[in-house]
Design a protein. Structure first.
Length: 392
């Protein structure tokens, strides 16, 4: 009865419905990702143990993503969306009730794997259900703004809930919000495009070779992962540099919130940049500017007002890069390739995160922070050069 009521009184087209589903699921993801270290520490884990354990989780997540093509090609994508969001919501509920760090870490791993399945299925359906490239670009840009709003607000509200109530209450709220996405999909049917296949791409090595044999897909992987490398550097390393330089936690938190505002305010306009300039020039300028900002930090230091102003300005570059990287991936991708390609592309986030944590972490064991800024400038500069050679 309720399903008939909802379908009879309100109807979103498929991409709009998927945007709402992604928004609600992201709130749950942002809540748990932003506070998992605090929660594990509260359960008795040391900072070092948390770092090692979460790195292992990321590696397992990466291996799981490489297995996903076979799942995406054999199971209805709509069922994957519903199942992954429902189970993810349940994992958040239980995560907040356990009192043993190992069990909590296991649930965190399960949640990450479910999110990987959700994101891959979501991205494919989102593209398949968009009637044209122009509409697809508009929808991706809009989704990017809303998702970044979640990442901007959810961590801040999460810390307030923890301070006033408890971790348990926080995860009940986060799980409830994520569960709403399941209810939306149950109440309104998402169309799934039927694809006739001659075989299932279950060979992981063969899938990787197929992906890496195409320059356009290699470029998409590098240019996509570069954004995650940048944000990991900012959230993991720059925050420590700022803390060591005398800024208090509240000031650092406010600064990070400000860096997210351009993404929320501007990403929904990204499609206009792509419509006018395509990809080569905007990608090149965006990464070149981030490289320039890193060199500004190397020269002036992390607490310089000029450096921090340029840090906020760098978010204008990421406001283009974040939605445009997926647009570029799907620009000329055959629909039969999507299930095979999307999960491998999605590992660019994990690869970039692991790479930058390892490299910068090792560099800081032997050198001063200034070297890390120079190194980041070189990485971002390389990506700018790589972007200058892509085909529109």
């Amino acid at each position: 009865m309720m399903r008939k009521f909802v379908k009879g009184h309100t109807h979103l087209n498929a991409p709009q419905e998927l945007i709402l589903v992604r928004l609600l699921t992201t709130v749950g993801a942002a809540v748990i990702v932003a506070t998992v270290s605090l929660y594990l520490h509260d359960l008795g884990m040391s900072a070092g143990a948390i770092g090692v354990a979460t790195a292992v989780v990321m590696i397992i997540n990466l291996l799981f993503a490489l297995w996903l093509p076979a799942l995406l090609e054999t199971v209805n994508l709509g069922k994957i969306l519903i199942g992954s969001t429902f189970c993810f919501a349940l994992s958040i509920f239980v995560f907040g009730q356990v009192k043993h760090a190992v069990f909590a870490l296991f649930l965190y791993l399960i949640g990450r794997l479910l999110l990987s399945a959700f994101i891959s299925a979501y991205s494919i359906l989102f593209r398949d259900d968009s009637p044209s490239k122009k509409v697809y670009r508009q929808n991706v840009a809009l989704a990017g703004s809303l998702v970044n709003f979640s990442w901007m607000i959810a961590p801040f509200l999460a810390t307030l809930i923890i301070d006033r109530y408890s971790f348990s209450i926080l995860y009940i709220i986060g799980g409830s919000v994520a569960l709403l996405s399941t209810l939306i999909m149950v109440m309104q049917t998402i169309p799934v495009r039927e694809k006739k296949r001659h075989n299932i791409d279950s060979d992981i090595v063969k899938n990787i070779r197929h992906y890496m044999s195409q320059k356009r897909l290699r470029d998409a992987y590098l240019l996509g992962g570069g954004v995650d490398m940048y944000w990991v550097f900012i959230f993991v390393f720059l925050t420590v540099f700022l803390k060591d330089s005398g800024l208090d936690t509240a000031e650092i938190g406010l600064l990070l919130t400000i860096t997210q505002m351009p993404l929320f305010l501007l990403e929904f306009r990204t499609y206009k940049v792509v419509d006018r300039f395509k990809y080569r020039l905007p990608f090149t300028i965006a990464y070149a500017f981030i490289a320039f900002v890193m060199l500004i930090f190397a020269v002036l230091g992390p607490t310089s007002i000029i450096s921090l102003l340029f840090l906020v300005m760098a978010s204008f570059s990421t406001a283009f890069l974040e939605p445009a990287r997926e647009m570029y991936l799907y620009e000329k991708l055959n629909t039969l390739e999507e299930e095979r390609v999307q999960p491998i592309y999605a590992t660019s986030e994990l690869t970039g995160s692991i790479f930058i944590r390892l490299v910068i972490g090792l560099v800081l064991l032997a050198f001063q922070p200034v070297v890390s800024f120079v190194l980041m400038g070189i990485f971002m500069g390389y990506l700018a050069i790589r972007a200058s050679g892509i085909k529109n």
